[in-house]
Design a protein around this ligand. Structure first.
Ligand code: 5AD
Ligand code: SF4
Length: 535
């Protein structure tokens, strides 16, 4: 989500004439896009701001390190700005602007204000700083009926200036947001507070955006939403003065709609089918993150019947203990999670599933944790993202439950779960050996050695050296006719498994952003080793 926000902000500012520089040194404006989900991510930003604040002070005193623009504008955008706004302004008077994730459309105006403010004396500056803050505050939840329909953020998505040179994987992969915010209020999570109420974009706007991206050369689209499968758009409920449909606040989940609204609404399954069918040059359509509840058979059936929809699901379980799930307010039981996984595999035998888990949630006992391990054993995920519980200000969990699992216990459980997942991942990957897969090539990968150069033995025994992308590539083979470069590339299968393969292609960069067919010849816990099949 944050990556997409950065891309949209970048496109918006570039369209207004801002130029981007590779390093903060020398920039007139330095922006940090921040995440609040876990404390560790926030700590990094605090420390970065401390360093940048000192540079700014030095600049103002005329002792700036060479290369730093004196009095550059320092801004914080994203969830941390929304959550920590007032504290941050107090702790870091050097921060000139702050913009929450729900206000990013206002960023150019805020930068403009902050630049003007630089010219003022300090008293005037303190007053003017107020004009460089855009946070939703708590009001947005109370007023989030159809007011969200006039959501200007939609303009930011719609005005997206896609820059293939800056985009992922040679401009062939892109994110498209379908819902914003979240209504789930899991007790540990800060997202409903920082990103606001769940708002669903009109299907036509989403499809148009996919089409524009496809026209710009994109072949892989990842649809984004905090609970992506809850997408549900009721037609006619939110229409602008020009007759165009507007984003609308989410409420009902799939499968709960009435027969009447069913005819006049677009479900997540409908949306997937429409994108798949109406934008056929998109070769891969993926979506994250799925919520384990309300994931209807209709979605699984569309996936099954649509070959270009990836066989990949990311469905956080969070815990294998029903007691902890209840305390987390997740709204499903372990059995319901298991039933969903079973249903998904019945529809899509090849599906690869990833999950998230939190260890050390308040009151979690050894027995609760053992149940999480048991769940992991049973669902056989391809990989898991495992987090130590981090109490977040403003959440129900921090107010109601003491963070009573000691850090060393959290760490131990984290490591144990990682080790268990490692073993399962290795087994899941091994099952793919001998099979053929399509690989979306993402990059020329670094080799296991950290050196830029690698020596490898060509089939005919001549010693070769190659240099990594970004450094001058040179061949030092002793014999001109033996000039074959072996380069390692990596990409992903439709099920999001990472495949690493070698290529002696003259132009390996040309493979990046393309889909190649490969045979899986080996595996490790987190990767498959492939050999390209030349047709
Ligand atoms: N502590 C630890 N992990 C968290 N996550 C969200 N909030 C917290 C928290 N307070 C994890 C969840 C979620 C993922 C994005 O981050 O597992 O799925
Ligand atoms: Fe946070 Fe729960 Fe919403 Fe995910 S579903 S963003 S964990 S509140």
């Amino acid at each position: 989500m944050n990556e997409l926000d950065s891309e949209l902000v970048r496109g918006h500012l570039a369209a207004l004439g801002y130029r981007f520089v590779p390093h903060a040194e020398g920039a007139d404006v330095v922006l940090y896009n921040t995440c609040s989900v876990r404390e560790q991510a926030e700590q990094k930003v605090w420390s970065r701001l401390g360093i940048m604040g000192k540079r700014k002070q030095a600049g103002a005193a005329g002792t700036a390190e060479s290369g730093w623009s004196s009095g550059f504008v320092l801004g914080v955008i994203g969830c941390m700005a929304e959550r920590e706004g007032p504290t941050m302004m107090r702790r870091f008077p050097q921060v000139d602007l702050m913009c929450g994730p729900g206000e990013l459309d206002k960023l150019p105006m805020l930068i403009d204000n902050a630049c003007r403010t630089r010219a003022l004396d300090s008293l005037e500056r303190a007053e003017a700083r107020a004009a460089s803050i855009a946070l939703q505050g708590n009001n947005h939840r109370r007023s989030s009926t159809l007011a969200a329909a006039s959501d200007n953020l939609e303009m930011l998505d719609l005005s997206r200036a896609f820059d293939p040179d800056r985009a992922e994987h040679a401009g062939r992969s892109a994110y498209v947001r379908i819902t914003r915010g979240c209504n789930k209020f899991c007790t540990y999570c800060v997202v409903p507070f920082t990103r606001g109420a769940e708002v669903h974009r009109p299907p036509q706007a989403i499809i148009d955006e996919c089409r524009r991206l496809a026209d710009a050369g994109v072949i892989e689209i990842t649809l984004l939403g905090q609970t992506v499968n809850h997408y549900h758009y009721v037609h006619g409920a939110a229409v602008g003065a020009d007759g165009m449909e507007l984003p609308q606040v989410g409420g009902r989940a799939n499968g709960q709609r009435s027969a009447v609204s069913a005819q006049r609404s677009t479900s997540f399954a409908d949306l997937l089918r429409r994108i798949h069918d109406e934008v056929p040059t998109i070769e891969r359509l993926r979506f994250v993150t799925s919520y384990p509840r309300d994931f209807g058979d209709d979605v699984l059936a569309v996936m099954r019947d649509s070959p270009r929809i990836c066989r990949y699901l990311h469905v956080p379980a969070q815990s294998g203990s029903n007691r902890i799930l209840r305390m987390m307010n997740r709204g499903y039981s372990v059995q319901e999670y298991l039933d969903f996984i079973e249903r998904a595999r019945a529809f899509l035998p090849d599906v690869c599933i990833a999950g998230d888990f939190i260890v050390g949630f308040p009151t979690e006992t050894d027995d609760d944790f053992a149940q999480t391990c048991e769940l992991l054993e049973r669902v056989r995920l391809k990989n898991s993202f495992i987090f130590k519980y981090s109490p977040r200000p403003g959440t129900t969990a921090i107010e109601r439950f003491e963070d009573d699992v000691p850090d060393d216990v959290k760490r131990r459980r984290n490591n144990a779960l990682l080790a268990l997942q490692g073993r399962i991942s290795a087994e899941v990957h091994r099952e793919w050996e001998g099979r053929e897969v399509d690989v979306f090539v993402e990059r020329i990968s670094r080799t296991s050695g950290s050196s830029d150069r690698r020596t490898s033995r060509a089939p005919h025994g001549v010693e070769l050296r190659w240099e990594r992308k970004g450094t001058a590539r040179s061949m030092r083979a002793s014999h001109a006719s033996a000039e074959v470069q072996e380069v390692q590339l990596s990409g992903r299968t439709s099920g999001d498994l990472i495949v690493v393969f070698s290529s002696t292609d003259q132009n390996p960069e040309g493979l990046v952003g393309r889909i190649v067919r490969a045979r899986v010849v080996g595996s490790a816990p987190l990767i498959l080793r492939g050999e390209v099949i030349h047709k």
